[in-house]
Design a protein around this ligand. Structure first.
Ligand code: MTE
Ligand code: MO
Length: 531
């Protein structure tokens, strides 16, 4: 009896609304799946969740982005996609509920989300008109599916009329339609993925088939003493798989090396260049060890790595194009690198041409660049933070001035010029570690790329600074390992480290955040020593 009552109450209200909510979610799923299929044909970045996520990345204030990187690390992209998905799910439920009462309004809301996705896709750098298609098609599909589903929601029959129990809801029609929508959407989504993989096949094959020529100027072997092999310390050369990744790409660009082209043009370029990978690889290749680090790296943070890079000297290429550095009368003081996904990074021309090994990189630790690190070609300029030098998936080099043009991060309140600040990090013992009393190897890395590291000092509990033993230097562009034997007495202790660069400048203890041009301060680690 009670059950019947509840059922009848449900028949009129909540039952239909529950179906409406389900319908909204199904409609959104169908729209996304179909959009995925269309995006596979247009451009993977144009898929609605990716486009909206990308727009959020572009529009996020620097401070919020810093917070996200701090809180979620390299998972920031996953968190972002989940967030966009959650908002969309909520909107889908809202559209479904609305559609129960007012089918036209609910359907219109679903379609509006398609338009929103299209706007996001068109607003991305490097967007082309077809990028709007996935979201528009997806929005129409969602609207259509929602309309069909809400029409299939049975209306409660008036008590006295017709057969069957009064007020009962026949959900079979809705159920059958829902299953059909689910199956078709899953099929479309799967086809989209397969098509996407098929589209990437050329790029994957071009990387697998790439044989890097031997360098004309090979780097000497890494000095034996560069890696002190202290358990728990960072390795001197960072394995490719462990190298940090920082970029705005929600979908890693997979560029086909066979069709890749680089253009060099702009102010002061008397001979504009266009070259493919084959022409680039025909030039003398240089091998060089350098440490790359991110301006978003906090004191003690993980966003630094060292690799053996293989590439073409950028200064030679620029000279060939007729470019002169400002100190020799050149008009352009900024080199703007542009990637296939529309990222722009501005580097001082003077720095690139001052004799350091600024490279157009094709190889990393003996293998072609991985897709995530910029295949087929990226830039590396020793001594500069990544965001002002290390363009991945490079496509164009344009010469201009700092006065005339602000690159992507500069428009988001980061500094135009950003040489890497001297930093040192304690890698072992770990923060809050418990160690046995007696001799403890305190070790880590210190970097001041292009200036080099001359000294590292450690102190315990704000006592006198003690000089650490340094690993062998592998040029001035890489970090140096260091170790200090500490006589640890029982209790709680704080260890601090500071470095001195090759010019004799001591790392400042003054704390500064990462914005606008890199964090400063000494890395401190608190540990507990057992008695
Ligand atoms: N195309 C592109 N290149 C890019 C970026 C990006 O977002 N897009 N990020 C830059 C930043 S901020 C850094 S620190 C380095 C990181 O390079 P990695 O991911 O290979 O470590 O790449 C740089 N190059
Ligand atoms: Mo960065």
């Amino acid at each position: 009896m009670i059950r019947t009552k509840a059922g009848r109450a449900g028949a009129g209200g909540p039952g239909r609304y529950a179906l409406g909510a389900v319908g909204g979610l199904l409609a959104a799923f169908a729209g996304l799946a179909l959009a995925q299929l269309v995006a596979a044909a247009v451009r993977p970045e144009a898929a609605p969740l990716t486009a909206v996520g990308g727009a959020v990345v572009d529009g996020t204030p620097a401070a919020v982005k810093e917070w996200a990187i701090r809180s979620f690390g390299t998972d920031d992209k996953l968190v972002l996609t989940l967030g966009v998905g959650a908002v969309l799910a909520a909107a889908a439920i809202a559209a479904g509920l609305l559609a129960v009462r007012r089918p036209a309004a609910g359907t219109a809301l679903a379609a509006a989300f398609g338009v929103l996705g299209a706007a996001a896709a068109l607003g991305r750098p490097e967007a082309a008109r077809p990028d709007a298609l996935p979201s528009l098609v997806g929005g129409c599909a969602a609207a259509g599916v929602l309309y069909l589903l809400v029409r299939a929601i049975p209306r409660p029959r008036p008590r006295a009329s017709g057969a069957g129990p009064p007020g009962a809801l026949d959900r079979r029609g809705f159920g059958r339609l829902a299953v059909a929508v689910l199956a078709l959407s899953a099929g479309a989504g799967y086809a989209g993925r397969r098509l996407g993989a098929f589209g990437d096949a050329g790029a994957t094959a071009s990387r697998a088939g790439l044989v890097l020529p031997p360098p004309a100027a090979a780097a000497p072997p890494v000095p034996a003493g560069s890696d002190l092999r202290i358990p728990g310390a960072t390795r001197f050369i960072t394995p490719v798989r462990e190298f940090y990744r920082v970029d705005t790409a929600l979908v890693i660009p997979r560029v086909d090396a066979g069709t890749w082209r680089l253009t060099v043009r702009g102010e002061g370029v008397s001979r504009p260049l266009t070259l493919g990978l084959r022409e680039l690889l025909a030039r003398p290749l240089v091998e060089h060890d350098a440490t790359l680090t991110c301006v978003s790296n906090e004191v003690g943070g993980p966003y630094a790595g060292t690799a053996r890079w293989l590439g073409v000297r950028l200064a030679d290429l620029l000279r060939e194009a007729g470019v002169r550095p400002p100190s020799q009368g050149g008009r352009a003081d900024q080199l703007v690198a542009r990637s296939v996904d529309g990222m722009t990074l501005g580097t001082p021309v003077e720095t690139v041409m001052d004799g350091r090994e600024a490279l157009l990189v094709v190889g990393m630790n003996g293998e072609p660049l991985p897709f995530r690190h910029g295949f087929p070609v990226r830039m590396i300029v020793p001594g500069l933070y990544g965001y002002v030098s290390a363009c991945k998936w490079l496509r164009e080099l344009r010469l201009t001035t700092f006065a005339a043009y602000d690159a992507y991060w500069v428009r988001r309140s980061w500094a135009q010029r950003a040489p890497v600040k001297t930093q040192s990090r304690i890698d072992t013992p770990r923060p809050s570690a418990e160690v046995a009393a007696g001799r403890v190897a305190v070790a880590g890395v210190a970097w001041a790329p292009h200036r080099g590291i001359a000294r590292v000092e450690v102190r315990a509990d704000a006592g006198p600074w003690r000089e650490a033993r340094l690993g062998a230097a592998d040029g001035n562009d890489t970090w140096r390992q260091w170790v200090w034997p500490w006589e640890a007495a029982p209790g709680g202790h704080t260890l601090e480290v500071r470095a001195t660069d090759g010019a004799g400048a001591v790392q400042t203890g003054e704390r500064a955040g990462t914005l606008p041009d890199g964090a400063t301060g000494w890395h401190a680690v608190t540990v507990r020593v057992r008695g």
